[in-house]
Ligand binder design. Sequence first.
Ligand SMILES: *[C@@H]1O[C@H](CO)[C@@H](O)[C@H](O)[C@H]1NC(C)=O
Ligand SMILES: *[C@@H]1O[C@H](CO)[C@@H](O)[C@H](O)[C@H]1NC(C)=O
Ligand SMILES: *[C@@H]1O[C@H](CO)[C@@H](O)[C@H](O)[C@H]1NC(C)=O
Ligand SMILES: *[C@@H]1O[C@H](CO)[C@@H](O)[C@H](O)[C@H]1NC(C)=O
Ligand SMILES: *[C@@H]1O[C@H](CO)[C@@H](O)[C@H](O)[C@H]1NC(C)=O
Ligand SMILES: *[C@@H]1O[C@H](CO)[C@@H](O)[C@H](O)[C@H]1NC(C)=O
Ligand SMILES: *[C@@H]1O[C@H](CO)[C@@H](O)[C@H](O)[C@H]1NC(C)=O
Ligand SMILES: *[C@@H]1O[C@H](CO)[C@@H](O)[C@H](O)[C@H]1NC(C)=O
Ligand SMILES: *[C@@H]1O[C@H](CO)[C@@H](O)[C@H](O)[C@H]1NC(C)=O
Length: 504
Amino acid sequence: MRFYLSLTLPLFLFLTPLHSLDSETNSPTYKFTIVSGAPTTLNASDVLEVASFEECTEKCQKDQQCIMAYQANSSDPCYLFAWNSIQEVARNESGGVGTVAFKPISPNDTMNYLWKIDTSEDGWKITYIEKREEENLICGNFSFNRPYPDGCNPECMKTMVQLNGEPGPLSNNPRTSPASTWMECVNQCHENFNCFVTYFRDGVENCTWYPIDDVVFINRTEASAGKHIALKLPLSNRSCKLTTDELLNDQYYLASGNFLYAYEMSFIRVRTTPKYYKINYYLNEVPQLTRTIPGCEVNTVGSQVYENGKNDPNPIVCLRLENAPGITYAAAKEICHEWDGKLMTQRHAGFLQICSAKLDYAAMPWTWWTRYSKWGFPDWMTKDVKFWMGLEKDNGTGQWHWLAPEWAITNNYKITACKDNTNLGTVDFYTNKMEMTWAPGQPVNKPGLDCAYTIHKAGASFPGFGHYSSTCDAEQADGFLCGTPRQQDKGVMKWEDLMKEYQG
Ligand SMILES: *[C@@H]1O[C@H](CO)[C@@H](O)[C@H](O)[C@H]1NC(C)=O
Ligand SMILES: *[C@@H]1O[C@H](CO)[C@@H](O)[C@H](O)[C@H]1NC(C)=O
Ligand SMILES: *[C@@H]1O[C@H](CO)[C@@H](O)[C@H](O)[C@H]1NC(C)=O
Ligand SMILES: *[C@@H]1O[C@H](CO)[C@@H](O)[C@H](O)[C@H]1NC(C)=O
Ligand SMILES: *[C@@H]1O[C@H](CO)[C@@H](O)[C@H](O)[C@H]1NC(C)=O
Ligand SMILES: *[C@@H]1O[C@H](CO)[C@@H](O)[C@H](O)[C@H]1NC(C)=O
Ligand SMILES: *[C@@H]1O[C@H](CO)[C@@H](O)[C@H](O)[C@H]1NC(C)=O
Ligand SMILES: *[C@@H]1O[C@H](CO)[C@@H](O)[C@H](O)[C@H]1NC(C)=O
Ligand SMILES: *[C@@H]1O[C@H](CO)[C@@H](O)[C@H](O)[C@H]1NC(C)=O
């Protein structure tokens, strides 16, 4: 028989483990306390499909970490809350719709992780007590609510930040490993020097994880989707004191030395937008490093003109040609923009017809030769490639224009390009106008054809490519070419300043 206890006075569950009296035998039983209400956030819960609320509380009973179960109605899933994942429950009169079950603390509990529930005007407040915390609560066990008391201990500085989300656009090369629970995934990633982000879906007994440069966007999801992400962040003495939300709000973290294959002098930045958690991966921006063009984000290649070691005043742009089969212009433009860039401008007539020896010569990189050569189109010499640059029609004037005309080279600079992919002959010319190399018969100026894709023809002779007018949100291409200013031109934190934070 179920016994409903109404909580009217502050209850200190940890002092006197909650017991109710069985109405028949009058002996103490350890039962969940059931109330009408709802947690104020579902952020940090586990989601399960259940047949009944009874099953929901049973799952909580069996789960060592669980302290509270919730269900909105019989067709809603069951939400389980772990120790230190929920602070408040709103009572029905304060708008909390559903049923909440508080787990009793069993007298057999080791009494290390305790909690108490106090009534408040709007419902209930849950506070957590760590007895013998130093023995058992290790790095706050990466619990949701930060900062936690041992969060700045040296062994806790490489932390796991738990989020609701899933790997988003530009995620590359996922790895999987078996795990039966989310915490198992979190711990595996924490121990794995190669793991940067790990992902787990409730009900799918696998972790999906990514090394440092394989995740750019994490799509934010509702807790009810049952999708978990943990981000491994190497903290400093400053950032270890931040809350979870603060950690994700435009902060920089040291990458080199903390991840397998992280570049020397590299660091990451984490930001939150309405749709995404965004990750950028940067390098020391100073010129002495062995980058072709310093200041370009990892996995981008610089494009500049120079002669005899002297830089030309023409703009330097960092480029990434992204292989993204099926992408529309609208989607490419959005992703490139979220990535602090713009779809790329044709810099000059032979822009795509590069000689391989002149990769950094104001040209367009098709691939990149480091181990990070996962992007781009390695087959460009033998296969046609169709992709988006930033060419669209102005809806007001009806004129075609580049999204970033400032990146074109128009000051009469002498450019050498290849006649074709064989690298045998070259073509010299002077860049003195804004180029738009339309394919023969293009553009077709019809309503609805407001954007343009570019086809590079394998082996075709100079200029080797052409633009074609198309729809913006239906036509699909194989990828897109995104440009972005150098780190120092867009206000990215300087390596030296980050070092002050990490090394004093
Ligand atoms: C948690 O939920 C609150 C309220 O719904 C929201 O404002 C906050 O951004 C969420 N935090 C995270 C990390 O999802
Ligand atoms: C059950 O609760 C969910 C979440 O609050 C809500 O979206 C849904 O409409 C509810 N269903 C019914 C039948 O009340
Ligand atoms: C709580 O209040 C809402 C209206 O505010 C009502 O529809 C619901 O049935 C009440 N009870 C529970 C258990 O949610
Ligand atoms: C406590 O432990 C004893 C001995 O292991 C067991 O018999 C008893 O059922 C347990 N009580 C609860 C409430 O789990
Ligand atoms: C925290 O982690 C430690 C070490 O892994 C473990 O022994 C302990 O049970 C965990 N505590 C909680 C509340 O999960
Ligand atoms: C992530 O969000 C983007 C933009 O809304 C969407 O196109 C993409 O399909 C989402 N990815 C996943 C895995 O849902
Ligand atoms: C887990 O991953 C393995 C391969 O690593 C795969 O064979 C298996 O189907 C996956 N399981 C689930 C439930 O996705
Ligand atoms: C111009 O307007 C049309 C109709 O509103 C729209 O479909 C198209 O995407 C717009 N073009 C651009 C380049 O934004
Ligand atoms: C960070 O804090 C630890 C412990 O208090 C201290 O030993 C270390 O020197 C500090 N590091 C910096 C860079 O301030």
